[in-house]
Design a protein around this ligand. Structure first.
Ligand SMILES: *Cc1c(COP(=O)(O)O)cnc(C)c1O
Length: 225
């Protein structure tokens, strides 16, 4: 098999995950690597699929819809995560295409997802995004409102499996990871999606079950997404 820079980096981050898990006294099998392929074309994704990676993240419904049905036809066991904000008018497409939606963050989205899940008979796993830094420009429920929002989702019949966060870029991420872990624990949620290319080792130390890595695998993105 010809060597591919992304495949080399994939192997390197998998090794780094094993090391970080070991240092945290955790089994590396507790940590799922979500390869974030946003902005990269199918030609860039295929070598990573061939190398055995099966869990991928995209942040835009339209972009994922253009790229993934073809790739999923070749690799039916792919698990595709939506990691970007969801608009309620895209809930139908999101339920159809994604296996995990990590960004449930407000009642309107919860309602739209509940309707679509009932209508399509397809149930992606759902995580609630928490805006741990309470940043006005960032999606997610506020930490203080997370418990209430989780109860609201339950009352709509939605099963929420985990939490997700994106810490503020300029702050020490550990505090945010610890906060998300605490909210997950008190709500008895076992899945915690946190940690990106720059801070996944810290996230693993704080209990991440899913780390979302883009540039560490695919390289620098040409345009921000
Ligand atoms: C882009 C993105 C990532 C990956 O970011 P990298 O720094 O490239 O690893 C992870 N999570 C979310 C929500 C993203 O939008």
């Amino acid at each position: 098999m010809p060597s591919d820079a992304a495949v080399d980096r994939l192997e390197a981050v998998k090794a780094a995950i094993v090391t970080a898990a070991g240092q945290a006294g955790r089994a590396s099998s507790e940590v799922t690597l979500v390869a974030v392929s946003k902005t990269f074309p199918p030609e860039s994704i295929l070598p990573v699929l061939r190398a055995g990676q099966r869990v991928f993240g995209e942040n835009r419904v339209q972009e994922a819809k253009a790229k993934w049905p073809g790739l999923k036809a070749l690799y039916p066991d792919v698990e595709l995560h939506l990691i970007g904000p969801l608009q309620s008018n895209k809930a139908g497409e999101a339920v159809e295409l994604f296996d995990v939606i990590e960004t449930v963050d407000r009642p309107k989205i919860a309602q739209a997802l509940a309707q679509e899940i009932a209508r399509q008979g397809r149930s992606p796993q759902l995580f609630v995004q928490v805006n741990t830094g309470a940043e006005p420009q960032k999606a997610g429920v506020l930490p203080d409102e997370a418990d209430q929002f989780l109860a609201e989702c339950r009352s709509l019949g939605l099963k929420i499996s985990g939490l997700m966060c994106i810490p503020p870029a300029e702050e020490e991420p550990a505090l945010h990871f610890a906060l998300l872990e605490k909210i997950a624990r008190r709500n008895r949620l076992e899945i915690i999606s946190m940690g990106m290319s720059a801070d996944f080792e810290t996230a693993i130390k704080f209990g991440a079950t899913h780390v979302r890595l883009g540039s560490a695998i695919f390289g620098t993105r040409d345009y921000p997404a």
